[in-house]
Ligand binder design. Structure first.
Ligand SMILES: *Cc1c(COP(=O)(O)O)cnc(C)c1O
Length: 223
């Protein structure tokens, strides 16, 4: 598996302004170091324990992104170092991230996760809840938290048109929040959508951050 080459192939397919979070879940440090040695610094994990373990074992200049569901009682383990939390799925979680960020004297970049898929099990604000939240939001409401944009996951399906319409829903919401609710602030400029199977569609629909695991590292044998 040419891990660094796989990333290069993906980068060729997307505009240069789009960031790639290499999702390293289930991958060992030597696999991750192949990307690091090729110059890549943005890595993502979906579980707190695995994230904290890898942070210990790998170089300190890696920018770690939390992409999976985050339980409020675990925020304290990642608050000292996390650069981006993609999966902020409730106002309560924002408050806890704020508290832990302040304790660590940090500002943590966050994305509000919006539920766009047809599946029941995915976390996130509904479109209506997100609009309601941002209508009442001003930057500075949560000390230590900078809300940078939105994140969403499309339905796991081979129906490309369904995937596209879900990404478009998220992209439209993102633009609405940016343009109609100026209180979201000038730092509100990231849209995290797209994974191995759907990143090209996501980028066509306006994604600024794609989160890619298996297309870089090969198929996972477990989640
Ligand atoms: C695992 C995971 C990804 C990457 O998935 P691939 O299909 O392997 O690219 C992206 N986002 C989240 C939230 C994930 O848990």
């Amino acid at each position: 598996m040419d891990i660094a080459g796989n990333l290069q192939d993906i980068l060729k397919n997307i505009p240069s302004g789009v960031k790639v979070v290499a999702v390293t879940k289930t991958r060992n440090p030597s696999e991750i170091m192949q990307l690091y040695s090729a110059g890549h610094r943005i890595m993502g994990e979906n579980k707190v324990q695995e994230l904290a373990d890898k942070k210990e074992k790998l170089p300190g200049d890696i920018q770690w992104h939390m992409v999976g569901h985050l339980q409020s009682n675990k925020v304290k383990y990642i608050a000292p170092f996390i650069s981006f939390i993609h999966s902020v799925d409730s106002p309560k979680l924002i408050k806890i991230i704020s508290k832990e960020a302040v304790k660590n004297n940090r500002v943590i970049d966050c994305l509000v996760q919006v539920h766009i898929a047809t599946e029941e099990s995915k976390f996130g604000f509904s479109v209506a809840e997100a609009l309601e939240f941002f209508n009442g939001y001003s930057p500075g409401d949560f000390e230590g938290v900078r809300i940078r944009g939105l994140m969403g996951m499309a339905t796991l399906t081979s129906d490309k048109e369904l995937i596209r319409s879900e990404f478009r829903t998220l992209s439209d919401l993102y633009k609405k929040i940016r343009d109609i609710i100026p209180a979201a602030g000038e730092n509100f400029n990231e849209l995290s959508m797209g994974m191995s199977d759907d990143y090209k569609i996501a980028v066509e629909e306006g994604s600024t951050i794609v989160r890619i695991g298996s297309l870089i590292f090969g198929q996972r044998t477990y989640q």
